[in-house]
Ligand binder design. Structure first.
Ligand code: NAD
Ligand code: MLT
Length: 310
């Protein structure tokens, strides 16, 4: 049986597939047209966030039995279309949690102290000490939207930094949060009180453009925003406007509505914005875990019919 891997995957995962006797077709970066061709003859597909497994792609898959996501988010897979065709979709939910949380904190520090902007300035031969005045995190209010796996780790770490942590998550109980020193609040309350807001929800119909013009209007003047979850949760036009109005003092974005983001994107023209190219899970450790785990899951399913994390 053949397994197509259309995004980058650590060697350890490829080796597990080969050892199990599966033929590995390793082709990261295929165009949708190329993917349609390649997918037609394989039983398994392994992806990260780069490959969009649309209805059309699934329609081209003649033998496909399983789609394995080496990571968490499944918003790039048309699951109803896969289900209709009896294709199992599985992921590795916890494998990159810590890395994504640490990247969130890296963005938090980098934004608060304007590190990317200062680094670029020093490299231009400048020594602009006044220009890059930062803010302390100590005592500031961090508002976490989505208190799941990543949100919880970010909260724990932020409490160690002596930040006050608020969270909004309709599926978490106040008791569960308060035991960890987190105050569970309504979304409006979070907007009203937070100095920094970080998003850790999946992208769903409910969270699409959750941070829109109305939401920014409810926030504190000078709030900082971090999105290390999914593009599309923030309305990018509304964020752009909120920065120009001075409502939002800074934004740190690891994800964009359309990836790769265009260099002409209006947000990238603003000094207040720092960006990384969807690097939340990009650590040696996380990539090894997700590759090994998804490879084992795909092998177990294709060779023994065992289903995990579907
Ligand atoms: P999770 O499922 O553990 O947590 C998500 C939380 O969001 C849950 O507690 C859920 O109750 C909450 N939630 C759902 N709908 C909500 C809503 N409307 N309002 C508020 N909260 C809501 O997920 P996770 O593993 O913590 O991942 C969080 C996000 O981070 C996902 O979008 C995932 O795809 C993304 N992610 C990004 C990277 C990256 O590279 N940047 C890496 C890993 C995960
Ligand atoms: C995920 O949801 O796991 C992330 O987007 C990370 C990734 O795909 O590499």
């Amino acid at each position: 049986m053949k397994v197509l891997i259309s995004d980058s995957l650590s060697e350890e995962g490829l080796e597990i597939l080969r050892q199990a006797g599966l033929e590995v077709i390793y082709k990261p970066g295929l165009s949708p047209e190329e993917l349609k061709q390649e997918i037609s003859e394989v039983e398994g597909l392994i992806i990260r966030s780069g490959t969009k497994v649309t209805k059309e792609i699934i329609a081209s898959a003649k033998k496909l039995k399983v789609i394995g996501r080496a990571g968490t988010g499944l918003d790039n897979v048309d699951i109803p279309s896969a289900n209709e065709r009896g294709i199992v979709v599985m992921n590795v939910p916890g494998g990159n949690t810590l890395s994504a949380a640490e990247h969130t904190l890296a963005l938090l520090f980098a934004m608060a102290r304007k590190i990317p902007q200062a680094n670029a300035s020093v490299r231009k031969g400048l020594w602009e000490r006044k220009k890059f005045m930062g803010v302390e995190l100590n005592g500031k209010v961090l508002g976490i939207i989505g208190l799941g796996r990543i949100g919880n780790i970010v909260a724990e770490r932020a409490l160690c930094l002596k930040m006050q942590v608020l969270a909004y998550d309709p599926f978490v109980t106040p008791d569960h949060a308060s035991k960890k020193g987190i105050e569970l609040v309504s979304l409006d309350e979070l907007y009203k009180r937070a100095d920094f807001i970080t998003i850790h929800t999946p992208l769903t119909k409910e969270t699409h453009h959750l941070l829109n013009k109305e939401a920014f209007a409810k926030m504190k003047k000078g709030v900082y925003i971090i999105n290390c979850a999914r593009g599309g949760i923030i309305d990018e036009e509304a964020l752009h406007e909120a920065i120009l109005l001075g409502k939002v003092a800074g934004a740190a974005l690891d994800v964009f509505e359309k990836e790769p983001v265009s260099v002409d994107h209006p947000l990238l023209k603003l000094d207040q914005v720092i960006a990384t190219p969807h690097l939340g899970a990009s650590t040696v450790e996380a990539q090894k875990v997700v590759a090994v785990e998804i490879a084992k899951q795909v092998v177990d399913f294709l060779l023994s019919g065992i289903v995990r994390n579907a």
